[in-house]
Design a protein around this ligand. Structure first.
Ligand code: NZQ
Ligand code: ZN
Length: 385
């Protein structure tokens, strides 16, 4: 096992009717900004419940944070916080609202132009406003991690940063709040969480059976509950298990002490920035292709994955690996998430553009061995059609 330093201070309050607990979690004298997305939280009553829980505190709202939150929109929230001297941020929504809120928390007192936080991966960040979350979409794990991904539309750049300063103080996870999600977002969430596990598991063995078996249990749970969540949208237990699996997939625990890949995500972010695909759609496209091309470097773990996650035991090594990749692709497709760029109307000319963006963003040495150079990314992309 590799050395590690694991820290996660986020309190999780989980279950039915848990939004009321916000009253105990937000300081009584806080001046709160509630940040949300395009209106789902308003329509399904979540914002009203949050307002009731906040009671007599000073509360303002900032709506309109879009999927793949934009720097341009978020800077308006930064202005509001600065102008009205607000001091606590409460994100109500999915990964985009939470990521956006983390950026606002970091940007408000940042001495330089805040885009620098993304460009420098928060290297110079020394403070951030406290924040909490009410999660409405199980997918990203942002509710229990210190990462944020922000898009600057004018540059077609989607960049991420991470800092312990932006761990949420708490996150409220009420599975009932996910009942109103459209099937596309449930499917996206299951795919995103699955790929988060794979980024931390599908590398090479370092004799870390706790992390491996924990990762495998998350993968198997997602394969089990993903389709159930689509088939029976108001089954509380199914939604609860999906929600907790997605949180655990990226709260740092399974990634502690093991090598990590993240090439699928880095290539995927460029596809979203250029072509607007949903985050999970890009992952469903890139992962099968990447696994296929990286089979030598990942051989031992691919065989373990085949046996333990998909129960594949027959055939030669390469046949078992091919079968495991095919099962993974079929799982994504069964949820309704297409796994070929052509299915999203993207032609082969995209490869040059995506590779150029990877180069512009310094994504020239990806993967657990840092050996996915631009030529390797190109081969992965060419196999995505
Ligand atoms: O905007 P509203 O109206 O709220 O609608 C949203 C949005 O259109 C809707 N939605 C959310 N909760 C709902 C609901 N609709 C009905 N009922 C509910 N309960 O869902 C749509 C998508 O929301 P979004 O937040 O964009 O989705 P997701 O949670 O998948 O977040 C994706 C973003 O997270 C980033 C992605 O890159 C992307 O920008 N990621 C963040 C990570 C992190 N912080 O660790 C890691 C991930 O790999 C990922 O990169
Ligand atoms: Zn992701």
């Amino acid at each position: 096992m590799l050395n590690f330093d694991y820290y996660n201070p986020t309190r999780i309050v989980f279950g039915k009717d848990s939004i009321a607990h916000i009253d105990d979690l937000v300081p009584a004298d806080a001046r709160v900004l509630v940040l949300y997305g395009g209106g789902s939280a308003e329509r399904n009553g979540t914002l009203a419940e949050v307002a009731a829980a906040l009671g007599a505190r000073t509360v303002q709202r900032f709506g309109g944070i879009e999927p793949n939150p934009s720097y341009e929109t978020l800077m308006a929230a930064v202005e509001q916080v600065r102008r009205d001297k607000l001091d606590f941020l409460l994100a109500v929504g999915g990964g985009s609202v939470i990521d956006g809120t983390k950026f606002v928390a970091a940007a408000v007192n940042y001495p330089n132009e805040p885009w620098e936080i993304l460009e420098t991966r928060a290297k110079h960040l020394t403070q951030a406003l406290p924040m909490g979350c009410v999660l409405t979409l199980p997918a990203t794990g942002s509710e229990m991690n210190c990462f944020s991904v922000v898009t600057r539309k004018s540059l077609q750049a989607k960049l991420g940063f991470g800092s312990p300063l932006v761990f949420p103080r708490f996150s409220v996870l009420d599975p009932v709040k996910t009942f109103t999600l459209p099937p596309r977002q449930i499917a996206n969430g299951a795919v995103d969480a699955f790929v988060h596990v794979m980024e931390q598991y599908m590398t090479y063995p370092v004799n870390a059976p706790v992390q491996d078996r924990y990762a495998e249990s998350l993968l198997q749970t997602l394969v089990e509950v993903g389709p159930q969540a689509l088939a029976t949208p108001e089954d509380y237990d199914v939604r609860a298990n999906l929600m907790w699996a997605a949180t655990q997939a990226l709260n740092g625990l399974i990634g502690a002490g093991v090598p990590q890949d993240w090439a699928t995500h880095m290539i995927g972010h460029e596809i979203t920035a250029l072509y607007g695909l949903d985050h999970a759609q890009t992952l469903a496209v890139v992962l099968p292709s990447l696994l296929h091309l990286r089979r030598e470097a990942k051989r031992a773990k691919l065989l373990q994955f085949a046996a333990r996650v998909w129960d594949i035991h027959a055939g030669s090594e390469d046949e078992r690996i091919d079968a495991a990749i095919a099962r993974t692709r079929a799982f994504f497709e069964s949820l309704g998430v297409d796994t070929r760029l052509s299915a999203y109307g993207i032609g082969a000319d995209a490869v040059d553009r995506i590779v150029a963006q990877l180069e512009a963003h310094g994504m020239t040495a990806l993967g657990e061995h840092r050996d996915i150079d631009l030529a390797a990314s190109r081969r992965i992309l060419e196999a995505c059609f």
